[in-house]
Design a protein around this ligand. Structure first.
Ligand SMILES: Cc1cc2nc3c(=O)[nH]c(=O)nc-3n(C[C@H](O)[C@H](O)[C@H](O)COP(=O)(O)OP(=O)(O)OC[C@H]3O[C@@H](n4cnc5c(N)ncnc54)[C@H](O)[C@@H]3O)c2cc1C
Length: 432
């Protein structure tokens, strides 16, 4: 038995752990060790990648590249390959992942199972839209090859399927042509929520990447920084040197409190306000600003932290986001990582994919117990009333009713579940 946590570090739970290393044998291994659950790098914040008391099948060593066609950009690889290794290997060869989350320390299997999104959802949608085929092995030994045009129902259940339909062994990915590692980026300070909506809609047509940081301590009258970017050609510019640092230990209490947040928000806003310009930025700090600080999740102390990420449909997004920011600023709880982004109107790749048209707001909160949970109940009510939903990859506490309301295809999804797979999230939200 080993103690395993997820990115939010809300606890450490006992699991039997099996490291998968050979894709030919993985099916036999998981059929003997169930109920189990695939575990990539545990970069999910809550309990979607945990299975306390049961097995975890670690996939990070299933990390082989199988084939690549430099003419078409089609890459076949094992599911434990890291997005970092794909970007590092293929960007110098003029191909890149079309969609990535805000960290590269994610496996291909984890990116498919949560159908992750990035800063370009309004243009390219989710990771799952670029999976052409995947191989799924079930705990009864059945192997299912599927894709958008082959057993499309299995594919739609597995993309965004939270690891519950089987173990993804391999995936065929369509990479996107790129001119290099540079982004032509514009940084724009703004002074109200209304400015965010104006900037967002003005940027949708001409900018591939958009996202915004918002100072949530100031409610909806607060300020923010809007980032937008496009791929750039930068000739033979030298790549910046990055120094990796790590938070060396877990402090006895959270370093994130009202005082440090206020200081951080002032500093972050003022530094970026001064930038207020256009320039070339390397893709790593642009897409993955936190990746050079390893184990930054420790700053929240031994009780860990929650991320609360919602999406609300366009017709209600202004009022709903305004109401959520109002609740947060009056609650005394605050988040230094408050990200606002508009999602485009694209058909979802998976039955349980999180993104939908509208505005998504992502916030990190130190775990202060009852007070934090009460704030979430108030935010839940706003999300439910607006017809929105929460992101399971980030969740550790949403009530089952909100999950059912937000994911109307849950009943259909249930028939594709593998009975030999379970997770803490599935037991909490699906009762099995
Ligand atoms: C700093 C940071 C920034 C982030 N930014 C974003 C973002 O911008 N957008 C976004 O969408 N997400 C974001 N995330 C969340 C992250 O991208 C997802 O949680 C991702 O799925 C984690 O991948 P993982 O490999 O660590 O998988 P894990 O967290 O270990 O597992 C995630 C799920 O995938 C399943 N799984 C993993 N491997 C397999 C497999 N081989 N077969 C079947 N199921 C499998 C697991 O069972 C689990 O259900 C961010 C996370 C961090 C820490």
């Amino acid at each position: 038995m080993a103690l395993v946590s997820s990115w939010g570090r809300l606890g450490h739970w006992e699991h039997e752990v099996l490291a998968l290393t050979d894709r030919e044998q993985a099916g036999g291994q998981i059929s003997l060790r169930r109920p189990g659950l695939a575990y990539g790098l545990g970069r999910s914040y809550g309990d979607v990648c945990l299975n306390p008391g049961g097995w975890l099948w670690r996939t990070a060593a299933l990390d082989r590249f199988i084939s690549f066609d430099p003419n078409t950009g089609i890459l076949v690889c094992e599911a434990g390959v890291l997005l970092r290794d794909i970007q590092r290997l293929f960007i110098p060869r003029s191909w890149m992942l079309p969609v990535t989350p805000g960290t590269l320390l994610v496996t291909v299997g984890g990116a498919i199972a949560n159908d992750v999104h990035g800063k370009n959802h309004h243009v390219r949608g989710t990771f799952g839209e670029y999976v052409r085929r995947l191989t799924l092995v079930r705990t009864d030994g059945e192997i299912i090859e599927c894709g958008p045009d082959l057993k499309a129902d299995w594919f739609a259940a597995t993309v965004g399927g939270l690891g519950l339909t089987g173990l993804i062994l391999t995936a065929e990915l369509q990479l996107h042509p790129t001119t290099g590692p540079w982004i032509d980026c514009e940084t724009i300070p703004y002074y109200s929520l209304s400015d965010f909506f104006d900037l967002s809609s003005a940027s949708e047509a001409g900018w591939e990447y958009t996202m915004s940081w918002f100072d949530c301590l100031r409610g909806d009258s607060g300020r923010g920084i809007f980032f937008r970017g496009n791929p750039a050609e930068a000739g033979t510019r030298p790549e910046p040197k990055t120094r990796e640092r790590a938070v060396p230990l877990t402090p006895p209490c959270s370093l994130v409190n009202r005082l440090t947040l206020r200081l951080f928000n002032d500093l972050y806003f003022n530094v970026n306000k001064r930038r207020n310009r256009r320039g070339l930025v390397h893709y790593q700090p642009f897409f993955y600003p936190l990746d050079h600080l390893q184990e930054w999740n420790r700053i929240y102390g031994p009780r860990g932290f929650f991320q609360y990420q919602s999406v609300v449909p366009p017709e209600h997004s202004r009022e709903a986001v305004q109401a959520m920011l109002g609740e947060i600023s009056s609650s005394g709880e605050g988040s230094f990582l408050a990200v606002l982004k508009s999602f485009g109107d694209r058909p979802p790749a998976g039955m349980l994919s999180f993104p939908r048209a509208g505005v998504t707001l992502a916030l990190d909160f130190p775990n202060r117990g009852e007070g934090t949970l009460k704030l979430f109940q108030r935010l839940d009510a706003i999300v439910a009333q607006a017809g929105g939903r929460l992101y399971p990859a980030k969740d550790a506490r949403m009530p089952p009713a909100l999950f059912r309301q937000g994911y109307p295809r849950l009943g259909e999804f249930s028939s594709y579940r593998d009975p030999g797979i379970s997770s803490a999230l599935a037991r909490r939200l699906m009762e099995s």
